[in-house]
Design a protein. Structure first.
Length: 296
């Protein structure tokens, strides 16, 4: 079960939740999994009902920390400015630094897990030097090109607005067809949805395609990337996946692939359990790589 937390960095209050590793698993210095949610959700996205990444990480002997990004949950909003995503990354890097240096976790280092806009922010963080040990980054729900089958809806609102997206919108764009998710999963995701900062959406569809190559080229830790094969928010296809994966020119390893029978929110699909197990296994492997390297 997760515990609510608050971390203050300067004038900013950042909330979230943490989950301890199960005492039933004897894992020496496991990775600390830190998860960054997408637009229109909170850290509860990763800790929801029978779809909880955090519960599964705990059962595998890994502690986890979910952060409510600025403006989500009870976290302070960022002031209006010319950018949102890089400023998210800057503030959250400081939040992670404070959490790590409190020494509350007997962990080997941090593995970032991101979803959707949170994936972009995780990659911005991973592309910069940190004063805490970053072991790897796993992300989903992100690609490099806007899809051709939907109009440029990101131009429909002012970037400063916070918009609650209708459930039918999320159902159509965030979930795969009937049979790919359990009954009630879309409604459960609705229960943890919040208004989204439209500026983030605008940036991800207009600036991210121009910046992803530079950002990814500066990531120097192992990468795990999964995309739902029915993701309707991004252009899909092997070409797009390969194009993204090739951008990680300095990562020691890149594991990129599709999750079959899944939409944008893989976590809430029938494939979600296996997907979480992959992410957790990746995090544990990143920690093992560090320990192996330290022993040599």
């Amino acid at each position: 079960m997760s515990e609510e937390i608050q971390i203050d960095v300067g004038d900013y209050k950042i909330t979230g939740r943490k989950t301890a590793a199960s005492r039933a698993v004897d894992r020496d210095r496991p990775p600390l999994i830190i998860a960054l949610h997408g637009g229109g959700f909170t850290s509860a996205y990763f800790d929801c009902g029978g779809y909880s990444l955090f519960d599964r990480a705990s059962a595998a002997g890994c502690p986890s920390l979910g952060i409510d990004r600025p403006g989500y949950g009870a976290s302070s909003r960022l002031p209006e400015g010319d950018r949102a995503v890089p400023r998210n990354a800057e503030l959250l890097q400081a939040v992670i630094s404070q959490a790590w240096h409190k020494r509350e976790y007997d962990a080997s280092g941090v593995v970032l897990i991101g979803h959707s806009i949170g994936s972009g922010i995780a990659l911005y963080i991973a592309s910069q030097a940190t004063d805490w040990p970053l072991l790897g980054v796993s992300f989903s729900g992100l690609a490099v090109s806007a899809p051709s089958h939907i109009p440029p809806f990101w131009n429909d609102r002012g970037p400063h607005e916070w918009i609650h997206t209708p459930s039918e919108f999320r159902m159509g764009l965030m979930f795969g067809p009937p049979g790919t998710h359990p009954p009630g999963a879309p409604e459960l995701s609705d229960s943890v949805s919040k208004p989204v900062w439209w500026r983030e959406i605008v940036e991800m569809y207009t600036l991210w395609p121009e910046e992803f190559s530079d950002v990814c080229s500066r990531v120097r830790v192992p990468v795990h990337y999964r995309q739902g094969d029915h993701d309707a928010l991004w252009a899909n296809g092997q070409h797009e996946l390969d194009r993204f994966a090739r951008a990680f020119t300095h990562a020691p390893s890149v594991d990129a692939g599709f999750v079959s029978n899944s939409g944008h929110c893989i976590d809430f699909h029938l494939a979600g359990k296996a997907f979480h197990e992959e992410q957790i296994a990746f995090a544990i492997d990143c920690s093992a790589r560090l320990e192996s390297g330290a022993a040599q």
